[in-house]
Ligand binder design. Structure first.
Ligand code: LLP
Length: 393
């Protein structure tokens, strides 16, 4: 991701900023497209992962659809030229205003998360003399084997409709003349690295579609959600996620009937590796128990390490190239530092006891794999400046 030219370009720039490697983004999207197209699968990009305009423009140019979780995301998808017939809208708390805007935009479908929401969408569609296309988001009670904060498909999670409620769903759908049922939707969690999890999901989807068909509903769309994980530990050796393996699981284990469409909503896998947060060391605090490197970026720019105890690789770009051999040559001068931010919170720590070459004020640091849920989760806490973006091109 970084060559000497890139790093010398950084030297003149004000930090912190998100650096976007658009070449790597395109390689990733090529791989995703190739792997999904071979089976005729439909991929919607989960905009929540990153809605930086250049990232959206690049993703849109591949013809992917958009997966949105707010009215503003629906608007942004359309404003960024995503085909509205490829826009899906999920979320447990869609407001009337958001539903109305999505009805006006004639999106592909609502992924509906409760029986009450079905009735509300029906009423709002009726008032507009429209038919709303809906897919039922089912909570399949499948464990995603990921961090509990980003698990969504267990009974204890707020998302989707539980299996025991399906009789009521069927009854409501029969009563609601302004709804058009098109299929079923799932999303069990994020940063899923064990593909076995998806086999379990396929089994559940197969049962669920049989249930709907047995109850007289034609299931045209199977939407499996997203969640494919990336390699946070080895961003250089594994920059592109295993799209081939991922889609093949669905090809092999999902029972796809003639005329059915299979949809996906990938976020992280499409964008995570192509960005890094670049920051400078402001202060080096050498202590008796701990050494601290205080960066000019903190939880206000990248909150994942603090919020989910997430590991994101940290590199001193001024002292190491990141290649394993060069790091081991430096072993004799390796120090242990807690790499922290400037925010007035003890939790504002990117990682404890990071082994790094001896580091100094002004050194440039990269926090890798920051393209997903990085810039978009930035906040203005402590009245910080809005984090900037810098592009490879
Ligand atoms: N579809 C739905 C309905 C979702 O809620 C999500 C993510 C996705 C698709 C895309 O999931 P992905 O492919 O990106 O895993 N902020 C957390 C992740 C939250 C994910 C929220 N939902 C993090 O930084 O790990």
């Amino acid at each position: 991701m970084f060559n000497t030219n890139t790093i010398s370009r950084f030297k003149d720039l004000e930090t912190p900023f998100y650096y976007y490697d658009l070449g790597l983004l395109r390689h990733t999207l090529d791989a995703c497209k190739m792997a999904s197209d071979q089976y005729g699968f439909h991929v919607h990009y989960a905009m929540k992962a990153n809605f930086n305009p250049k990232v959206l423009e690049t993703i849109q140019s591949y013809g992917f659809g958009a997966d949105c979780v707010s009215g503003n995301e629906v608007k942004a998808a359309i404003a960024n030229d995503f085909d509205k017939s490829k826009v899906v809208f999920a979320g447990v708390g869609k407001s009337d205003k958001e539903i109305n805007a999505a009805l006006d935009a004639d999106i592909f479908c609502f992924n509906v998360e409760s029986i009450q929401e079905l009735s509300i969408i029906n009423d709002l569609a009726k008032a507009k003399n429209k038919k709303a296309k809906v897919a039922i988001r089912i909570n399949p009670n499948v464990d995603a084997q990921t961090h509990h904060f980003i698990t969504t498909g267990l009974d204890e999670n707020k998302f989707g409709i539980n299996i025991w409620q399906l009789n009521d769903v069927a009854e409501t759908l029969r009563k609601c003349a302004s709804l058009q049922f098109i299929g079923i939707h799932f999303h069990i969690g994020s940063q899923i690295t064990d593909l076995e999890v998806y086999k379990n999901l396929c089994t559940r989807i197969n049962d669920m579609q049989d249930w709907f068909e047995d109850h007289g509903f034609q299931v045209k769309v199977l939407n499996t959600g997203g969640g494919l994980g990336v390699d946070y530990h080895h961003p250089d050796t594994n920059p592109i996620p295993n799209f081939e393996g991922y889609f093949k699981v669905f090809k092999d284990f999902l029972k796809v009937k003639p005329g059915q469409e299979v949809h996906f909503e990938l976020g992280r896998a499409m964008v995570a590796q192509s960005s890094a947060l670049i920051a400078r060391v402001l202060y080096v605090k050498i202590g008796q128990k701990k050494n601290f490197l205080v960066l000019d970026a903190g939880m206000t720019e990248l909150i994942r390490p603090m919020l989910y105890q997430a590991y994101q690789k940290i590199e001193n770009l001024s002292r190491e190239s990141g290649s394993e051999s060069q790091i081991s040559n430096l072993k004799s001068q390796i120090f242990k530092y807690d790499v922290v931010g400037p925010i007035c919170e003890s939790t504002d720590c990117f990682q404890k006891d990071v082994e790094l070459p001896e580091s100094f004020r002004g050194d440039l640091f990269a926090i890798r794999t920051a393209g997903a849920y990085g810039e978009v989760m930035a906040s203005g806490y402590n009245l910080r400046d809005r984090v900037q973006s810098v592009y490879s091109e």
